[in-house]
Write a protein that binds this ligand. Structure first.
Ligand code: IVH
Length: 672
């Protein structure tokens, strides 16, 4: 294929992929299978690798790219991003309407009612259809340029749909974390021993502040748009037209809005919105009432902070009163003791709540929560129930002050509080509570994936003393299992088979399953690539670990601490003895490939290839790309302006290859 043909094909592929992305992510009604989609995507990747000068920043292949930033550049909003004034009652909303009608005199006007999305306000600027800038609201005039972070959000088009694009179109909307994604992210964070986010809004805001777009790409973010800022080469007569045109360009807009003749109809719409708000994927903290006719906006004008043509109608966060019957203490996998409120069951925001988190002792002190108190519960971010306050007037004097136990409620060993931490821990690694969580985590689908080894069975195995460490799983016999209650012959057999199969899992799964604090699945994959065996990893010291680009000091420290522990070292020996594979699998490949099983480090720029594309090429050639040079490196590919990695390679006597030579070799092997 010559360059001209490739260019046409690339353009066609991009358009097609964009359309399918829209159908899949925004409309949730895909027209083609994942496989067909992959085929298109891979063809595009291949052509772009072949003609690197045809790669453009709005290509679907460029969602997650670039290096982490040191800080975000500042953006000036030419049209300020205003905020909205609020109404909290029907009277206040009617007052708003009275003000509007007074200014508009006899002009006719109607309203649009939309959900008020509880997310993080952002602005996207499209020039001739291409996304050129994405920014935060900041103080309304100055925001942060977070373009690379926003590009990782799949529903945000890198290029508008359609064929006629305005010269300039700046759209405004909200980035949010889906309720589901939020729950999942927090579960993962707690498993890793990290602080969970308080609500989806904080989680979205925290994610967008990350300087490394790869971290943002892993967060379940989405976006919805409801307004325009600067625009040229397009007109909008009404707010309804704004919503419709944005949707035509492939931007997600609210799935429902209400057209209202007058303010009384708006109030009805707001009631209806309130009753269906659980059906939206994002949190809704009210409705926004906007004048529909945009020609009236100039007449109405705005105050310094907010326009006079719109207002937010806020719903009260739903709270309910109940009695706090008891405070129990749970012990998590990492040994952290968490106080949990046991409540008289109460109905709030669509479900019955009988437990609520109390986070930690300091929080209980601060809110002065006592056992027996009448308390207010709220579904924080409508997901996790929380005790928000105490009704002190209802105290009888019989309420009891809660104290964190000095001993672990499960194993009875003394607990500790590490300096600078609010968490109280049980440090006894043999504690059955910790052990149960650990075994469950070890066997979970994302880890060693032992089918059939669920919570109930784990509890039984630990209680019966059959399993005292993950290595014991591999010593279980069918006879052992049949001793347990309610386990049939067939399922005992299946479990033994599943355990056996898990002996041969990928190394990263084992690393992840060990439950080293701060080591999630992704980090485990990096460690597998870098070390290739558990023994190598166990030998690594702090400086070796921190030399890996994806590993920070906290993670490195945690890994070293884990392997320094004699009990953990014993565990690894036992796993080995039990026949669990502790080395990386040799990569199988169909034919011989030029870099088969070689650990390859890239330094400097390679002829218009992005780092990602170059790494992909290494993988295609059967090699393992790695971020840093060590004695395990087999080859260093040297592009333009190489960094210190080249020096290190020379010092260690590791072979190098010129970047151009590499590309030539890849072409010869038919890999590009
Ligand atoms: S219109 C001139 N529509 O709420 C203001 N804003 O509290 C244009 N928000 O700053 C904003 N949902 O970030 C508008 N449907 C919606 C909205 C919405 C959420 C945010 C927006 C605004 C804030 C005000």
């Amino acid at each position: 294929m010559n360059r001209e043909e490739a260019k046409r094909r690339i353009e066609w592929l991009r358009k097609e992929i964009r359309r399918h992305d829209y159908l899949y992510y925004v409309e949730a009604r895909p027209e083609i299978s994942d496989r067909e989609y992959d085929r298109l995507y891979r063809e595009l990747e291949k052509l772009e690798a072949q003609f690197p000068d045809l790669v453009s920043p709005d290509s679907p292949t460029q969602r997650v790219g670039g290096q982490p930033l040191k800080e975000f550049p500042t953006v000036i909003h030419r049209i300020p991003m205003l905020s909205l004034s609020n109404a909290y009652s029907p009277e206040e909303l009617r007052d708003f309407d009275t003000r509007v009608s007074r200014i508009l005199e006899n002009r006719r006007y109607t309203y649009i009612v939309e959900p008020k999305v509880d997310g993080v306000a952002v602005s996207l600027r499209y020039e001739k259809g291409t996304l050129v800038l994405g920014s935060t609201r900041g103080d309304g005039v100055r925001g942060d340029d977070i373009t690379s972070n926003l590009k990782t959000i799949r529903t945000i088009p890198l290029h508008l749909l359609g064929s006629r694009y305005p010269e300039v179109l700046e759209v405004r909307g909200e980035v949010y974390m889906t309720k589901e994604g939020f729950a999942r992210l927090n579960r993962e964070r707690e498993e890793k021993g990290e602080e969970p986010f308080a609500n989806p809004r904080n989680a979205a805001a925290g994610s967008l502040k990350q300087l490394d777009p790869r971290i943002v790409a892993a967060r379940p973010l989405d976006a919805v748009f409801y307004a325009v800022g600067e625009y040229r080469g397009i007109e909008f007569r009404t707010q309804e037209e704004v919503l419709k045109k944005l949707a035509q360009f492939g931007l997600r807009t609210t799935s429902r809005y209400w057209k209202c003749r007058d303010i009384e109809q708006c109030l009805k719409a707001l009631e209806e919105l309130k009753s269906v708000k659980e059906q939206f994927p994002f949190e809704i903290d009210g409705g926004v009432v906007k004048i529909n006719e945009r020609e009236l906006y100039d007449i109405l004008g705005s105050t310094a902070k907010s326009p006079r043509w719109a207002i937010a109608y806020k719903y009260e966060a739903e709270q309910a009163e109940t009695v706090l019957k008891d405070i129990i203490v749970q012990v998590g996998r990492t040994g952290v003791l968490t106080p949990v409120a046991i409540l008289e069951p109460v109905f709030v925001s669509g479900s019955t709540v009988s437990r609520a988190t109390l986070h930690n002792e300091d929080e209980i002190r601060r809110k002065d929560i006592r056992i027996g108190d009448h308390v207010l519960v709220e579904k924080a971010g409508e997901v996790i129930p929380a005790v928000v306050g105490v009704i002190k007037e209802k105290r009888t004097g019989k309420e009891k002050i809660f104290r964190m136990p000095k001993k672990c409620p499960v194993c009875g060993e003394p607990v500790t509080r590490r300096e600078g931490e609010v968490a109280v821990r049980c440090e006894n690694l043999q504690c059955p509570a910790q052990l149960k969580r650990w075994i469950g985590y070890f066997a979970a689908r994302g880890a060693m994936d032992i089918e059939g080894l669920g919570e109930v069975l784990v509890d039984q195995l630990v209680d019966e003393g059959l399993v005292k460490s993950p290595a014991d799983i591999y010593r279980l016999t069918k006879k052992d299992l049949l001793k347990l209650e309610r386990i049939a012959d067939k399922s005992a057999e299946n479990l033994i088979r599943a355990i056996d199969e898990s002996r041969n899992r990928d190394l990263w799964r084992l690393i992840f399953a060990l439950g080293i604090p701060h080591v999630g699945a992704r980090t485990a994959q990096v460690l597998e690539e870098e070390f290739g065996s558990l023994d190598e990893l166990a030998r690594a010291d702090l400086s070796r670990l921190t030399s890996i680009p994806d590993i920070g000091p906290v993670v490195a420290e945690s890994i070293v601490r884990f392997f320094r522990n004699a009990r953990n070292r014993r565990l690894i020996e036992e796993l080995k003895r039990a026949g669990v594979r502790v080395t990386a699998a040799r990569k199988k490949s169909a034919g011989r490939t030029p870099l088969e099983n070689k650990t390859v480090v890239l330094t400097g720029a390679l002829e218009g290839l992005t780092r990602q594309q170059a790494e992909e090429l290494v993988r295609r050639a059967g090699g393992r790309p790695s971020g840093s040079v060590s004695s395990k490196t087999d080859l260093v590919i040297v592009g333009d302006n190489p960094g210190s990695k080249l020096e290190k390679a020379r010092k260690l006597g590791i072979p190098t290859m010129d970047g151009r030579e590499f590309v030539r070799m890849m072409k010869k092997a038919g890999l590009v």
